[in-house]
Ligand binder design. Structure first.
Ligand code: AVJ
Length: 332
């Protein structure tokens, strides 16, 4: 196996907020974003900041919850249709995974794909990519793995690909749901700009469903999602010397049917002032900080998003409850 850790070229002209959540920005960026968010009329914090080390660990616990059907359902669809999916992707493909993390989802897929050319996981965490390398070395020694360290939303290109190789972008986990429709379209167009006609996109997306099921997934009875949400305040206390009282805020998650998204908020339980950096931020009782959106799609709204971004849907696979979809599309 061959590993080239590379730092991607980052475009200075590009405005990262135009394509949505990104990770790995330096602390001064964090301070600026927190202050801007907490001084806006509707207080808000970018959801990318939920994933510090503690937050990422709590998110892994969320994925194992009975109430959080997404991870389990996506895994079920993959395991029932893996040969089909691999056949759809084709032969000699370079698989690119933006925000790959531990690369666990790509591993069985690459094992069954026909003569994959290479695997390019992209993530801001070098440690996690190097950990994945060790696993691939043992399980698929003949596969060329070329991790790229960086923020995929700000990347102009993800490597020096041999021209002519088919590329498939792998974007599972309903990560696309964190982006508004416009941001999602921008992100997919950004992917498309680095692809050629006939190149593919394998996308995992959570579907619109009964609001009770949706709300339980984001307000689990073990309060793990509450801990995930409040960890953001703990992080701001630690990194920005703020004095949020975690007991003076409550976790709220609700489905907004018109926007077709679950919104996560932290609601102030009383009138209070919170010191953040050099500011005193006033909260009214009941006032919220909007911390995350998780957009849900229908098969139609997903096809329309793909079309607007220059992709045509080729195939999709769902679970028996139609809770989740894995979709394969190609650039036309
Ligand atoms: C990682 C964005 C797919 O929106 O379901 C889980 C994040 N937030 N519980 C989601 C999340 C609260 C998750 N995504």
């Amino acid at each position: 196996m061959n590993i080239a850790l590379q730092t991607p070229p980052v475009s200075a002209k590009e405005n990262p907020s135009s394509v949505g959540p990104e990770e790995g920005t330096p602390p001064n960026e964090f301070t600026k974003d927190v202050i801007a968010g907490l001084t806006a009329p509707q207080k808000t914090l970018p959801c990318k900041y939920l994933y510090d080390e503690a937050g990422s660990r709590i998110f892994e616990q969320i994925c194992e919850l009975e109430d959080y059907y997404l991870t389990r359902t996506e895994a079920e669809i993959f395991s029932s249709h893996l040969p089909d999916i691999a056949k759809e992707l084709g032969t000699g493909v370079t698989l690119i995974e933006p925000g790959a993390g531990n690369c666990e989802k790509a591993e069985p897929l690459l094992a069954i794909m026909e003569s994959p050319e290479a695997y390019i996981p992209i993530d801001i965490s070098p440690e996690i990519l190097l950990g994945a390398r060790a696993r691939f070395e043992a399980s698929q020694p003949e596969l060329l793995v070329r991790p790229v360290i960086g923020d995929f939303t700000q990347m102009d290109r993800w490597g020096d690909e041999e021209p002519g190789n088919r590329q498939v972008v792998f974007f599972p986990g309903s990560t696309i749901g964190n982006f508004t429709h416009q941001q999602a379209q921008n992100l997919l167009q950004h992917f498309a700009a680095q692809m050629a006609p006939g190149d593919g996109l394998l996308l995992g997306v959570d579907l619109v469903k009964d609001s009770v099921v949706l709300e339980r997934a984001y307000h689990d009875d073990r309060h793990v999602t509450e801990a995930f949400n409040k960890n953001l305040l703990r992080r701001i206390n630690r990194e920005l010397g703020a004095d949020f009282d975690l007991d003076a805020f409550s976790h709220r998650a609700f489905y907004h049917p018109l926007r077709q998204r679950v919104e996560m908020h932290l609601v102030s339980l009383k009138d209070q002032q919170v010191r953040v950096a050099d500011l005193s931020i006033p909260f009214l009782e009941g006032e919220s900080i909007h911390t995350e959106n998780s957009h849900k799609y229908t098969l139609e709204s997903l096809a329309s998003l793909l079309n607007k971004a220059g992709f045509q849907q080729k195939h999709y696979w769902t679970d028996t409850n139609n809770h989740y979809v894995i979709c394969y599309a190609e650039i036309f």
